[in-house]
Design a protein around this ligand. Structure first.
Ligand code: ATP
Length: 425
């Protein structure tokens, strides 16, 4: 039985903003579900609907098998922590933690015991007699979590609880939140736009885009086997390379090639993805290649190679990132935004396809190159491939670079951004 079920839930705010669209999501009992997506995709609205702070426009909410759509918030047995959990400034930390139990009329000795136990788990036992004003941001957030969880809610909701903390503290507290909610076995829905938080914390991640569920799976499923190009681009740093290609099935030769504007990748018939790719013969697709699926080599295998010129080398401490200029048309994530889904191009109508793809995913960080000079083909935008290197040793900026492509890890998406071969869930 799902502890929290949203059945076809939609939310349209007064004024017409559609924040959530036809969402079906089942959070299992004891599960830590992370809602991940860019700003404005509806994450907080979903959390507020679960808490009862917002009414869905349509659809149903079920809590522990009971229809809860119209249940008042206080009858839901749900606790919520926000970005900066507000504390009572004139009550000690002990008083803040005890407050929900005092309200519930619990025995003072039991309250004291619970407060001490929880403050130990949250590593704030030395602060119990102090006022919130004297605590660090991280300690205050620990108290806020403790206060929310002390009355043992059946569902724990967290809305970006770490976003106001510095990086080191975020890492510490992230680990502690995971340990705490798993230790207590409380069903938790955790909202963030930080992919690292999502990947490290979640049992499952629900990726949201424009109020819709884009993908749902364990961290490894959504990272390694993403259902859409949007998910692939949202998860992972550096961001996945998204290339525009065209599929050609060669029945005689027994292979499928992906034409990448002058360069090509080849898949033998033995590759299980070929069967699905062959249906797209003559059509443009999106090819996703993670930075660590590319390796500089002197003698790559035919059909698993991309060539270019090393334009820049970036030192990141634990790794180097090579920016390799190629003639491969790169799909620019900055320009990807919601595309109309009823639009259809004819095969090989690549410039229309690219225009659409550019307007499909709007997420990101990588800056587009200036418009291509005249020796570039068609309307394609030429840009860099990003390659992860363990060492920059021996690499010379400006030199030609041959890259072996780990074709088994390449992801193929149709022009709507959906995976061409079926994902495993
Ligand atoms: N009370 C409201 N009235 C009208 N529109 C709203 C209201 N609350 C949110 N919205 C809109 O609904 C959409 C979803 O907002 P929501 O806060 O749920 O997204 P989010 O993913 O949590 O964003 P963020 O990460 O920036 O907090 C946005 O377009 C937002 O402007």
């Amino acid at each position: 039985m799902a502890a929290v079920s949203l059945e076809s839930v939609s939310k349209v705010y007064p004024g017409g903003v559609r924040a959530v669209s036809d969402l079906r999501l089942h959070v299992r009992d004891g599960e830590l579900m992370v809602l991940l997506g860019p700003s404005g995709c509806g994450k907080s609205t979903i959390l507020r609907i679960i808490a009862g702070l917002e009414e869905p426009t349509s659809g149903e909410l079920w809590l522990d098998g009971q229809l809860a759509t119209d249940l008042p918030p206080r009858e839901r047995n749900i606790a919520m922590v926000f970005q900066s959990g507000a504390l009572y400034p004139h009550r000690s930390i002990q008083g803040n933690l005890a407050f929900p139990l005092e309200l519930a009329g619990e025995d003072p000795d039991e309250i004291r015991a619970k407060v001490v136990e929880l403050s130990r788990a949250l590593q704030i036992e030395q602060t119990l007699d102090r006022l919130p004003g004297s605590l660090s941001g991280g300690q205050r957030q620990r108290v806020a979590m403790g206060r929310a969880i002390i009355r043992e809610p059946s569902v724990f909701l967290m809305d970006e609880p770490l976003s106001n903390l510095d990086a080191a503290l975020r890492t510490d507290l992230r680990l502690e939140i995971g340990a705490l909610v798993r230790g207590l076995g409380v069903t938790t829905v955790y909202v963030t736009h930080d992919q690292v938080e999502a990947l490290t914390l979640a049992d499952r991640i629900a990726v949201l885009r424009d109020g819709r569920l884009e993908d749902l799976g364990t961290p490894t499923q959504v990272y390694e086997d993403p259902a859409t190009a949007f998910t692939a681009a949202f998860l992972g740093a550096p961001q996945i390379n998204l290339l525009a290609g065209t599929v050609y099935a060669h029945l005689g030769e027994g292979s499928v090639t992906i034409d990448l504007g002058g360069q090509e990748l080849r898949l033998p018939w033995t590759d299980p993805r070929v069967e699905h790719l062959a249906h797209h013969h003559g059509f443009p697709i999106i090819v996703g290649v993670r930075a660590d699926a590319l390796h500089p080599v002197s003698d790559p295998e035919e059909g698993a190679e991309l060539t270019g010129r090393l334009r820049a080398l970036e030192y990141h401490g634990h790794e180097w990132l090579a920016h390799v200029e190629t003639d491969v048309p790169v799909v620019d994530r900055d320009e990807l935004e919601a595309a109309p889904r009823d639009q259809r191009e004819t095969p090989r109508d690549e410039s229309a396809f690219l225009d659409r793809v550019r307007s499909m995913l709007r997420l990101g960080s990588r800056r587009a190159e200036p418009e291509p000079p005249s020796d570039h083909v068609g309307a394609h935008r030429r840009s860099d491939l990003v390659v992860r290197l363990r060492s920059g040793h021996g690499q010379k900026v400006g030199a030609p670079m041959r890259l072996a492509v780990d074709v088994s890890r390449v992801l193929f998406f149709d022009r709507e951004g959906r995976r061409i071969d079926p994902v495993q869930r």
